[in-house]
Design a protein. Structure first.
Length: 295
């Protein structure tokens, strides 16, 4: 005969598990986001160098070097060149657009070509995900040969990832809420002994666990569900000390809140129903719990 309860049941453990799941999910998202952005930045710098190289080739210079890409601000990079060069505005627009379409996070950016000496903007334009918002002036003009630097500023990397993070965390939170509501309305389930072992003899008292009854001297007393679960724990371990914390956990855990005085109240009720046989008593074991003494 067994009195079984699912060790993973209970609102407290359920809510704790959901909180832990949310915490782990957020941590994993944070790390994956950082790794993704590091990879995206490295890939972006390669694309920016290719923009410089192709721009030099378009201008007829196949010997000058493109200097290392410099990050001049958050989400803003600078392409620098070894020597002076000239460029067609159309070529600059087409090359940057073709290469940056390979960067999934480069949907919106601003390009400014500045003079090395005075940092004045020689040419600039903006590209948006919505093509109607593109600002590309003065196509078809050839710029004079000079020392140029190309500054490209991107929309913040995290904006799209943050949206995905919010959707995921929001979805997990919704599932947590639905699960909590389900648990709140679910009734605690107790597996009672089967028909052949549902009877216990406690002194002169017969305990019918299945039908929740006590039979004493041909007198039948009805038991509540909680009284039955509580007495069943004692009946399965007669003359053994049962810790108070165990009784509280196994009887009230599924109800979400454990109230110490509730246990004392039900112990008192059981004592009154068992008082017909003085040889069967529930006694207090100080500092530990209770024991069903059967003489």
């Amino acid at each position: 005969m067994h009195y079984s309860r699912n060790p993973l049941s209970g609102k407290g453990k359920y809510i704790f598990g959901l909180i832990l799941l949310l915490f782990i999910s957020v941590i994993c998202i944070a790390f994956s986001r950082a790794d993704s952005e590091d990879f995206a930045i490295a890939r972006r710098e390669i694309l920016l160098r290719r923009i410089g190289h192709e721009l030099l080739l378009q201008s007829g210079d196949n010997t000058s070097r493109v200097l290392p890409i410099k990050k001049i601000a958050e989400n803003e990079y600078q392409i620098r060149f070894e020597n002076d060069f000239t460029f067609q505005t159309d070529s600059l627009v087409n090359i940057t657009h073709r290469l940056l379409t390979q960067d999934p996070l480069a949907r919106d950016y601003v390009v400014n070509v500045v003079n090395c000496g005075n940092t004045n903007v020689a040419y600039g334009y903006a590209i948006s995900e919505n093509k109607k918002d593109d600002i590309v002036p003065c196509k078809g003009r050839k710029q004079p040969k000079a020392c140029y630097m190309i500054n490209i500023k991107f929309k913040p990397l995290g904006i799209y990832t943050a949206k995905n993070t919010c959707f995921l965390v929001g979805g997990l939170s919704f599932l947590a809420f639905v699960g909590f509501v389900f648990f709140r309305h679910a009734k605690p389930k107790v597996t009672l002994p089967n028909d052949s072992t549902s009877w216990f003899t406690l002194g002169s008292v017969a305990f019918d666990a299945k039908n929740r009854k006590l039979i004493i001297n041909e007198k039948t007393l009805d038991l509540t569900g909680t009284e039955t679960r509580l007495l069943l724990i004692f009946a399965l371990s007669p003359n053994e000390t049962i810790e108070r914390s165990r009784l509280q956990k196994e009887i009230w855990e599924d109800e979400g809140v454990i109230v110490g005085r509730s246990l004392d109240m039900f112990i008192s009720k059981l004592r009154k129903k068992l008082e017909y046989d003085p040889n069967v008593q529930i006694v207090v074991i100080r500092g530990k719990g209770y024991k069903l003494n059967i003489v």
